[in-house]
Design a binder for this molecule. Structure first.
Ligand code: ADP
Ligand code: ASP
Ligand code: MG
Length: 410
């Protein structure tokens, strides 16, 4: 606070699991946070669970339950972030800083009832403001909120990004910094393709397509929030001081840089394909089927309906791996007897605002895959994205081929 008792510019900093993986890293994060407060900012920090804690908790649940309920999973997984906020607050206090940790509930993060994939409905930031006014650094647990029952909910894997951006929007923060284990958003996963290029700036729309098609560096809902509330994002490394990637409004970008044809290549190996056979080929069948999935909060990605023979059709679609057991139950209730589940698929996508004005991008993509003898099983497009479902073992080859085939590397 300044002498007039007003809050200074607020910045939200989010640190992912790898950034707080052990005590040493947590101390370094504390130093980084303190540096920011030295720049005359008031800082709100969001953290993920330490290292691979969330994965370990999922495994732990699996050791006592073959089909764990989503409510109890949220109770379990949310503990990971609670450890991190306490640890970071302790480290900050050790360095002499006033600091308070808050769980999702304490921070006023209210969500819907969709356990394990909850949406933030609103944030009541009174407590956060109260603590900032006292001069405290506020450390908030990522990934969690509370529903109208008072139950803990979680926001889906990678959801701490969304906590950070939603908090930034609620506090009208200057911007939101996402600290992770890579230097920013790259043209493709830098851990798959060494020649991946770091992008300096991206529009919300491009980042939405990248995030929804598998670039897990930012959670999709975080980008949706950022776009809706015009929160500027800076994705950067927590291990160095390099400038990262800015994600912001389209117009601000256009002034900044020339647009390449393709901005990025993504892959998603966390999907399964379900085929439902023997469906009547009449109006309403797809509406009933997908209506039930929507009621159960299962997101459908690609859909293909086969040409019907003798009035009988088949529909294939892809969903997230973690929705498979729920999807099976929904199909059972619907009485769909003849189904096939194919877990051996992956989705590869190219994204770029430039494709809107350049015809022939799709055929070039299909040719690049064909030249590598990679078969395309499903296709979907948006104005700035083309996605293909292929066999899972070929996904790395496909990403590399597309990245070099579209001349994205320097
Ligand atoms: P955090 O724990 O910090 O949230 P994540 O593992 O969720 O980190 O996200 C960072 C990872 O995202 C990187 O290590 C990288 O492997 C992966 N990734 C996938 N696509 C991209 C991309 N286009 N740009 C940068 N990173 C990407
Ligand atoms: N800890 C959660 C996860 O591993 C949330 C996050 O990291 O953003 O998915
Ligand atoms: Mg993440």
């Amino acid at each position: 606070m300044d002498k007039m008792g007003k809050l200074k510019d607020i910045v939200v900093m989010k640190f992912g699991g790898s950034s707080v993986a052990d005590a040493d890293k947590i101390r370094k994060v504390a130093d980084r946070v303190i540096e920011f407060t030295g720049e005359g900012k008031q800082v709100v920090v969001t953290v993920s669970a330490m290292g691979d804690t969330t994965d370990r908790l999922i495994e732990l649940a699996g050791s006592v339950s073959s089909d764990p309920s989503r409510r109890e999973m949220d109770m379990l997984l949310s503990t990971g972030e609670q450890v991190s906020i306490a640890m970071l607050s302790l480290a900050l206090q050790e360095k002499g800083r006033g600091c308070v940790s808050l769980t999702g509930i304490q921070a006023g993060i209210f969500t819907d009832d969709a356990y394990s994939d909850a949406k933030i409905l609103n944030i009541r930031p009174e407590r956060i403001f109260k603590e900032l006014k006292k001069g405290n650094i506020v450390v908030i647990a990522g990934f969690q909120g509370v529903n109208s029952e008072g139950d803990i909910t979680t926001l889906g894997r990678g959801g701490s990004d969304t906590t950070a951006v939603a908090i930034a929007a609620a506090l009208k923060a200057e911007y939101c910094e996402i600290y992770t284990d890579v230097d920013g958003v790259y043209s493709t996963d830098p851990n798959i393709v060494q020649k991946a290029v770091k992008l300096n700036a991206l529009s919300y729309n491009e980042m939405l397509e990248l995030a929804s098609s598998g670039a897990r560096v930012l959670h999709l809902r975080a980008v949706e929030f950022a776009k809706k509330h015009n929160v500027v994002l800076h994705v950067r490394s927590s291990f160095n001081k390099n400038e990262g990637t800015w994600v912001m409004d389209e117009k601000a970008i256009e002034e900044k840089m020339e647009r390449p044809l393709i901005t990025g290549v993504t892959s998603d190996t966390n999907q399964v394909k379900i085929s439902v056979f023997g469906l009547a080929d009449r109006p309403g069948v797809a509406a009933d089927l997908f209506g039930k999935f929507a009621e159960n909060n299962i997101n459908i990605d690609l859909i293909v309906q086969n040409v019907s023979e003798k009035g009988i059709a088949a529909i294939s679609f892809t969903i997230k791996n973690e929705d498979l057991s729920l999807a099976r139950k929904v199909l059972e209730v619907l009485g769909s007897e003849s189904i096939a589940v194919d877990p051996d698929i992956a989705k590869v996508s190219i994204v770029g605002a430039g494709m809107q004005t350049h015809p022939g991008v799709a055929s070039r993509m299909f040719r690049i895959l064909a030249d590598r003898d990679i078969n395309i099983e499903m296709i979907s497009t948006s104005p700035i994205r083309i996605s293909c479902v292929i066999r899972k073992p070929r996904v790395r080859d496909a990403v590399k081929a597309l990245h070099s085939g579209f001349d994205i590397e320097e």
